[in-house]
Write a new protein. Structure first.
Length: 206
C-alpha cells in the first residue's frame, strides 16, 4: 500500500464536510482566487491544454471559465472520489476529471498531453521529498510549463504561524531545483501580506 499521509487531511475534511469548499482546505475563497489570479498573471493559458494536479472540485477550471480564459482543454486530477464526482457534476465545458493519486501514479500527469501543468495547494501537506517527487513527475509530463505554489519558509516574521497538516517548504531548495531543470524560471512572493505564499513558474526553453 502506498504511504500517502499527505492525503489524510483531505480525506478527513471530506468525511466531515462533504465535497463543499471546505474539502479544498483553503482558508477562504478569496485567498484561493488570489492564488489562481497569480497563476493567470504569470502563465499564458489561452489555447493551452492545462492539467490541474490536485484539482479538488474543479475550482480553478471554473475560475478560468468565469474569467473568459479560453483554454483548449482542461484535465483535472485528484485522489478523492468525492471531489472528482463533484467536479464532474459541475459540467464545466471543455473539462474532464480523473481520480487518482498523481504521486503514486505519475502517468496521470500525462493525460491529454498537457502543455501546462498547474499545482495549487497540493504540495502544502507534503514533505519536501514528496513535493520534489511530485514536481519531478510534473516537469517531465509538461510540454511547455509547470507552475506551482507552496507555503514559503521565507515568509516574514509577522506571518501567521503555519499549523499541521499544512507545512512550509524550503523556498531556496525549490528554487534551486527549478533552476537546475531550466534557466527560464519566474518567482513571486508578493501577493499576500508578509510573503505567506510563493509561486514558481518554470518554462522549457524553445
Amino acid at each position: 500500500m502506498v504511504n500517502d499521509p499527505y492525503l489524510d487531511a483531505y480525506r478527513e475534511s471530506v468525511q466531515k464536510h462533504g465535497s463543499g469548499f471546505e474539502a479544498t482546505l483553503w482558508a477562504n475563497e478569496d485567498t484561493q482566487k488570489r492564488r489562481f489570479e497569480v497563476f493567470t498573471q504569470m502563465c499564458f493559458l489561452v489555447g493551452k491544454r492545462v492539467l490541474d494536479a490536485g484539482c479538488s472540485r474543479g475550482d480553478f477550471a471554473a475560475f478560468l471559465i468565469n474569467r473568459q480564459i479560453s483554454f483548449e482543454r482542461y484535465i483535472g486530477v485528484d485522489a478523492l472520489d468525492e471531489v472528482i464526482t463533484a467536479a464532474t457534476g459541475r459540467r464545466l465545458p471543455g473539462c474532464e476529471f480523473h481520480c487518482g493519486d498523481f504521486i503514486a501514479q505519475p502517468k496521470l500527469l500525462s493525460i491529454g498531453n498537457p502543455q501546462v501543468i498547474c499545482i495549487s495547494g497540493s504540495l502544502n501537506t507534503m514533505t519536501l521529498t514528496q513535493a520534489l517527487q511530485a514536481l519531478e513527475s510534473a516537469w517531465s509530463a509538461a510540454g511547455e510549463s509547470l507552475i506551482f505554489n507552496f507555503l514559503s519558509d521565507r515568509a516574514g516574521h509577522d506571518a501567521a504561524p503555519q499549523t499541521q497538516p499544512a507545512r512550509r517548504l524550503d523556498t531556496f531548495k525549490l528554487l534551486d531545483w527549478a533552476m537546475r531543470q531550466t534557466p527560464v524560471v519566474a518567482f513571486r512572493q508578493d501577493y499576500f501580506e508578509h510573503g505567506h505564499d510563493a509561486t514558481i513558474l518554470m518554462r522549457k526553453p524553445r
